[in-house]
Design a protein around this ligand. Structure first.
Ligand code: CA
Length: 753
């Protein structure tokens, strides 16, 4: 897909990054659902009595372990402890799929994007929306039971790379567990939504956040965190007592200061793979998504993220593998003690996290039954590990890769030359920092033996932004970014003609044979930002996509069998479960998140809607309203090239992540070229003083008045140029790059460019 990215083609910033300058992103907390009287403003308000006993009380270790075979309910994030999202329910199959229809649709009062996989227990759905808000909904009729809002400060948005997202809750012995964007882990009464306990899991004023779903086993709740794109973040996973909230253990994913005792002896060994003074910037390595409990070996297997700073030359200047960045690590579930690890990307410099979903399975490989863990992390290789020992069984590319073409006999990637961008140029590498696959859940069908991957086709620009103003060793002051997105638009570029072209991103649904390590089939998709997957024993493969359709395919062939217009792009994952013995399917459609903030494929951005389907369902779906694009502002500017160039730089650093390319038809946050005149008159009030803070536009007082004026000049200049159509997109990109160079040359002390 080409996202109208012409003028950014050379400008190189095509990655999602941080929200920082969300001018006027107003999110109504009282939407359609309020108007229909279904939501009450108070937290934990019971508005609809449950008609049956809530069997959430009965969800214990026995039931969670049995979930591998009993799929009446959807009890945990990935359906069962294997996290294979393969349901044994077969009432809905290829033979009767034409009869599948909508049972009900329920509107949510949010518009920022829902990534959550709902849980379903005895006909009650539990899921999260933006800002870590938890909902309980009666699956029989689509009625709200309760809603809990942890009231996360909207200023937290300044520390979120990819929106105010949450991927779901955990359920255990009558309690619902949610991790909040500001780092709390909260236990709620599943019946009422009232708080049982709440603990702060991250340092006060640290650059941490939580977007992942907790997991529960053996009376413990496991939770990680995110934030490795920012300075001062050191990743860890913590286990809390499910009943009391007391901390049981914590495992740090990277070593701390070696002059102090290591928290775990293994960190002493890990420290030998680091150089310099990495601990001063935290090191990164956040485990922000995958924490899989493996009951067969009583271990939790975690996926560890990228380093902070991304660039190893900054983070660990003498080199080294930097354990346990970009690694799959197994820990004893009771003590948190290290068991084994496999590092997918030694010395990562590309945001190639290994946080992506991990599926546990038993496979027959070369005649031997193996208990395996499977992952398709960002770096483009599909890994099959022996999960008892951590031994690598096999690894092959599941998508186009040009940073490494293969993994050698010792399990290490064979790096291609130049990929560590030490020459000052901008290197376009595949995959880019969104990976060949990101957090969107895969499914493993026990029928077809295939793993289905929501794939990404994209290159990403990497550079050391050495000439940037306000940078110290590549870490940007104020927001303290620790990334290597190429933000110097005047850099010369190194482009691989065989990789997806710069700015030309798309998706694909990949059916992958994990034993043969090969693709069986794939289906191209216009956006790389599609929902997670579910497969069933009746041969179905289910996915919502960016185009606003919920589609069901043959898991064997990929052939489209059925689809439903959910009007909004989907970034969540479908589930299936029984209600009173009848099979239901639920999917939540709400566009948003990292890329959803800045583009859309549907005609409009809609409030979230929970859709539930069953055989014979006759409810009518929601209609699309038709396009409504606000015009480009008609303001003009006579600002100097240096001002516009400085505004461009600060826009890229602070605004692009939420608001995207200036002039584009935006996603869930407003595009600034289309703002009202009153907004332009109040830039300083909004950006530096936080006038729209409650709407999710964080205050950015690290910017100077001059910088804010220059951002405004840049936005108006681009709008004016697009309106006048005197420059082609390539000419506009070149013009902006030259203006940026002028401003940086004017600001940088001599010799420091
Ligand atoms: Ca990252």
């Amino acid at each position: 897909m080409v996202l109208n990215c012409g003028f950014l083609r050379n400008s190189t910033v095509v990655i999602s990054f941080l929200a920082v300058c969300c001018l006027g992103c107003v999110e109504k907390d009282t939407g359609a659902a309020d108007e229909s009287g279904l939501l009450l403003p108070k937290d934990a308000s019971l508005v609809h009595q449950v008609t049956q006993d809530n069997s959430a009380d009965e969800v214990d270790d026995r039931r969670l372990r049995a979930a591998a075979k009993d799929h009446a309910d959807w009890l945990t994030y990935g359906l069962n402890y294997n996290e294979d999202r393969y349901s044994l329910l077969t009432q809905i199959g290829k033979n009767n799929i034409a009869e599948l229809g909508l049972a009900w649709a329920f509107d949510l009062p949010s518009t920022r994007g829902i990534q959550a996989t709902p849980l379903a227990v005895n006909g009650i759905l539990y899921f999260t929306g933006p800002w870590s808000v938890v909902y309980a909904v009666d699956a029989r009729m689509g009625r709200l039971l309760w809603k809990y809002d942890p009231e996360v400060s909207r200023q937290a948005a300044i520390l979120l790379c990819c929106g105010a997202m949450n991927r779901g809750v955990a359920l255990y012995e009558g309690a619902i567990f949610v991790g909040t964007l500001d780092g709390r882990l909260i236990s709620l009464n599943a019946d009422s939504g009232e708080v049982n306990w709440s603990v702060m899991t991250v340092p006060e004023n640290g650059n941490y956040s939580i977007t992942g779903a907790p997991r529960v086993a053996n009376g413990k709740v496991f939770i990680g965190n995110g934030g490795a794109e920012y300075a001062g973040v050191r990743g860890y996973v913590t286990a809390y007592d499910a009943l009391t909230g007391e901390q049981v253990w914590r495992f740090y994913t990277v070593p701390g200061n070696p002059s102090e005792p290591f928290e775990d002896p293994i960190l002493g060994l890990a420290a030998k793979t680091w150089t310099g003074e990495w601990w001063k910037q935290g090191g990164g390595g956040t485990a922000w998504d995958t924490i899989v409990f493996d009951p067969e070996f009583n271990q939790v297997i975690i996926g560890v993220g990228n380093g902070s700073h991304w660039n190893r030359n900054i983070r660990s200047p003498g080199g080294g593998d930097n354990l346990f960045l970009s690694s799959i690590v197994a820990l004893d579930a009771d003590s948190g003690a290290y068991r084994w690890h496999y590092q997918t990307t030694p010395g990562d410099s590309w945001d190639y996290t290994a946080t992506q979903p991990i599926i546990l399975a038993e496979l027959t490989i070369e005649g031997t039954r193996r208990k395996v863990a499977m992952q398709a992390p960002k770096n483009g290789f599909f890994y099959v590990l022996d999960r008892e020992s951590g031994e690598l069984i096999s690894a092959e590319p599941y998508t186009y890769t040009n940073w490494a073409k293969r993994i050698d006999a010792k399990g290490r990637p064979v790096e291609e030359p130049g990929i560590r961008y030490e020459d000052g140029k901008t290197h376009w590498l595949a995959p880019g920092s969104h990976g060949g696959h990101n957090w969107f859940p895969m499914t493993y069908s026990h029928d077809t033996g295939l793993v289905y991957i929501p794939g990404v086709k994209q290159s990403g620009p990497y550079a050391y932004n050495s000439g940037f103003p306000n940078t110290v060793n590549g870490v940007i002051n104020g927001n303290e970014w620790a990334v290597s997105f190429a933000m110097q638009m005047f850099n010369s570029q190194v482009i691989d003609p065989n990789a997806p072209a710069p700015g030309e991103e798309s998706g694909e649904l990949i059916a992958y044979d994990p034993i043969q390590q090969r693709r069986v089939w794939s289906i191209d998709q216009p956006s790389y930002y599609n929902g997670g997957l579910l497969s069933t024993a009746s041969g179905l493969l289910l996915q919502g996509d960016a185009e606003g359709f919920f589609r069901i395919r043959s898991a064997e062939s990929g052939k489209l069998l059925w689809q439903f217009d959910v009007r909004s792009g989907v970034i969540s994952s479908p589930i299936t479960y029984l209600v009173d013995g009848e099979q239901y399917i639920t999917i939540i459609a709400e566009w948003g998140g990292g890329r959803g903030q800045i583009f859309k494929l549907t005609d409009a951005v809609y409030p979230g809607t929970v859709y539930t389907f069953k055989l014979g369902g006759t409810a009518v779906g929601k209609e699309r309203v038709g396009a409504s694009v606000r015009p480009l502002t008609d303001l003009t500017t006579d600002a100097s090239p240096s001002s516009i160039g400085n505004g461009y730089t600060h826009y890229l650093q602070n605004c692009f992540g939420c608001h995207g390319q200036v002039g584009q038809e935006g996603g869930t946050t407003p595009n600034l070229a289309r703002s009202e005149p009153l907004t332009f008159e109040n830039y300083d009030l909004i950006v530096r003083k936080g006038a729209f803070a409650q709407s999710g536009m964080p205050k950015q007082d690290h910017l100077s008045e001059r910088d804010v004026e220059d951002i405004k000049a840049y936005v108006i200049f681009v709008a004016q140029t697009l309106r006048d159509s005197k420059l082609s997109s390539e000419e506009l990109a070149a013009r902006l790059a030259s203006y940026q160079k002028v401003s940086i040359d004017a600001q940088a002390p001599s010799g420091l460019k």
